[in-house]
Design a protein around this ligand. Structure first.
Ligand SMILES: [Zn+2]
Length: 329
């Protein structure tokens, strides 16, 4: 585990005092290691050494490391991220009464609950029974980008862990260890795009989707700043071929707009900025009003919602281009 030392300390304390919380939610933005933390907690709970952290050597830890532990159950959503109640959630409830195979606990990990837009409430209503009166051996760990999606009845019975980004220096050190063959310049580029978000920095170094989406978001930001609707339409055309990538690029653009509003009001604490394009956010801040950044952010969220609602992608992007260039004028 990199960063989030307070969470690691809390887990250790719970285990060594035999006060393991049996229902946990982990929330924080994409790439901050929520699933990694869920697996860390599961491994620490089941470790035979019982020292508060996974020893990495016992049979349980080895099985956990190879994702082959029979008592760590990763619940699967379908390709769109939705949990199908009868296929993946009800079976947890019926399986939960069966004793663990090897360990003290059986840990169910239910990731990305916020992506399950169609069934997020139904999933929680079914899990509620399990969370209210869990069998002695059951642990449930859920993850989501935001705590908002959880029902109050779940929140009141669940330990809530907020993962945060690490410092850019910690991130750089992690990348040096993980990618010894990369140059300092390559790693610095990754940190400037992903900042303290290890998942994003790693994706950038690996040249996977995030690097490409960040480049598109940067082009969109430059086009917005130019105030030229034609340029903006062209940049939108660059993301119009794939719904998921378009959504990801617009989310990154919304972060740049949020950073631009911070620059506009004179924020100087660099840890407050999250976007992949600090320089672009600074330039955008020069052409917007105090409310401008927030307005751009709202327009983007509105159009991201339309994409989620399966509206026609090309039309949604055209409407977005018109609204954004109007807002900058
Ligand atoms: Zn162990």
């Amino acid at each position: 585990m990199v960063g989030n030392a307070h969470i690691v300390g809390l887990i250790r304390k719970m285990i060594t005092k035999n006060k393991e919380q049996r229902s946990i939610m982990i929330h924080g933005e994409t790439g901050l290691g929520k699933k990694h933390l869920a697996h860390y907690i599961a491994a620490a709970y089941l470790c035979e050494e019982h020292n508060g952290e996974p020893c990495g050597k016992c049979k349980s830890c080895l099985m956990a490391m190879h994702e082959a532990h029979p008592d760590i159950i990763n619940v699967q959503a379908n390709a769109n991220g939705n949990y199908i109640i009868d296929e993946s959630i009800r079976p947890i409830v019926s399986d939960s009464v069966v004793m663990p195979n090897e360990s003290r606990y059986k840990v169910y990990i239910i990731p990305d609950l916020d992506r399950s837009v169609n069934t997020v409430t139904a999933v929680q209503n079914i899990l509620l029974k399990l969370i209210e009166e869990p069998p002695e051996h059951v642990v449930v760990i859920m993850t989501a980008r935001s705590k908002e999606i959880f029902l109050p009845t779940i929140i009141s019975r669940t330990l809530s862990l907020a993962v945060t980004s690490v410092t850019e220096q910690e991130c750089l050190e992690y990348l040096r260890g993980a990618f010894p063959d990369k140059t300092e310049q390559e790693l610095a580029l990754a940190v400037s795009a992903g900042r303290g978000n290890i998942g994003r920095c790693t994706a950038f170094v690996q040249g996977s989707g995030f690097a490409d989406n960040a480049e598109k978001a940067r082009a969109l930001c430059d086009a917005v700043t130019s105030g030229d609707e034609y340029l903006l339409l062209r940049a939108m055309a660059g993301i119009s071929s794939n719904k998921q990538n378009a959504r990801a690029a617009l989310e990154l653009l919304s972060e740049i707009c949020a950073d631009a509003s911070l620059f506009h009001v004179g924020q100087t604490d660099t840890t407050a900025f999250v976007s992949c394009y600090e320089q672009g956010a600074r330039k955008l801040a020069e052409v917007i009003s105090a409310q401008g950044g927030v307005q751009l952010y709202d327009i983007l969220c509105e159009h991201i919602n339309r994409i989620d609602a399966n509206c026609n992608l090309a039309l949604t992007l055209n409407s977005l281009a018109a609204r954004l260039s109007q807002a900058v004028k």
